[in-house]
Design a protein around this ligand. Structure first.
Ligand code: MN
Ligand code: MN
Length: 310
């Protein structure tokens, strides 16, 4: 009987976590047919599909990976798009970890045996995986190439994120060529899927908690092409954020409306005006502030607050 190896991204998955798992499982299956018959690589996910991922999988006719919540005693596992225990599938300590493919800082996962780890400072795990197809002389199918292009576009915010490298752009362009998709059009479609969501869904879909110094805060981020339109719902956003602040006892709640076309972030917040003024050296008005050039929560917003409170 064939042995099944699970390829899985992080908890609370984003587009890259899911698409990298699909793309890598497919490459491993193609290579297994050649080199190691009897192994079947199966992509999995640890949470709900982000809307843009649902859209792109549907468009390309690629099956949605199975939802799992843990792995058993001995299950062989490959991790993509993370290497941090807190973000990894439950039960990992009982599983056999074979490989990690990632583009985040090296964190805390430990193994008893040597494993393959591939960690590269690029903007998307899909970039590394697309490169691995090339290294192995495997041409991805048109659909898989389209999927990898979409994953690179989403993770690099259409190449505008400070995490984006020349390799991400070159690889996305190559995948788009193979997939026969127009990269600008694909990007526009990916980032306009926020349209039908409620204010609650927009605030909570990519929401992370931070503890900096004595401060507890929650920071949500919505990537969009129409932040001015989103700002028409500002009072609704602030009401949801105030409720979250009360319920979870946050000192501050921030929502980043990151606009790909304006190349900046409309920052909404509830909490101290003083803190925002000092962290970003700019004058907020009515719980809002535009931050030109700010696209990344982890590289730009959190460090400013850490400098203030840390
Ligand atoms: Mn990710
Ligand atoms: Mn990623």
């Amino acid at each position: 009987m064939a042995e099944t190896i699970i390829v899985v991204g992080h908890k609370n998955p984003d587009n890259d976590a899911i698409c990298a798992a699909i793309g890598y499982a497919e490459l491993k299956n193609i290579l297994a047919e050649r080199d190691a018959p009897g192994c079947v690589y199966k992509p999995a996910r640890l949470g709900q599909l982000p809307p843009e991922t649902g859209w792109v999988l549907g468009k390309l006719g690629i099956p949605v990976p199975e939802l799992i919540d843990h792995v058993d005693p001995g299950q062989k596992v490959i991790l993509v798009d993370h290497n941090e225990l807190l973000q990894a599938v439950d039960g990992l300590e009982d599983a056999e970890l074979l490989e990690i493919i990632d583009h985040h800082r090296l964190a805390d996962i430990q193994t008893s045996q040597p494993i393959r780890v591939r960690n590269e400072p690029v903007g998307s795990t899909a970039t590394i995986i697309a490169g691995m197809y090339q290294e192995h002389g495997v041409m991805p199918s048109a659909n898989m190439a389209g999927l990898l292009a979409a994953a690179i576009l989403a993770d690099t915010v259409m190449f505008k994120s400070p995490t984006c490298t020349k390799r991400d752009i070159a690889m996305a362009e190559r995948m788009a060529r193979i997939g026969g998709v127009n990269i600008k059009e694909l990007g526009r479609q990916l980032f306009s899927t926020a349209g039908g969501k409620s204010v609650e869904e927009l605030v909570s879909s990519d929401f992370k908690e931070f503890h900096i110094g004595e401060q507890n805060l929650g920071v949500g981020q919505v990537t969009c092409l129409d932040s001015m339109e989103m700002l028409e719902r500002k009072e609704e956003f602030l009401a949801v954020m105030r409720r979250l602040q009360e319920e979870r006892h946050y000192n501050m709640v921030i929502l980043m409306l990151t606009d790909v076309l304006l190349e900046g972030t409309q920052l909404l917040y509830v909490g101290s005006d003083e803190a925002i003024r000092n962290a970003f050296s700019a004058e907020p008005k009515d719980n809002a502030l535009f931050l030109p050039g700010v696209m990344s929560r982890k590289k730009q917003v959190i460090p400013m607050l850490s400098a203030l409170w840390g």
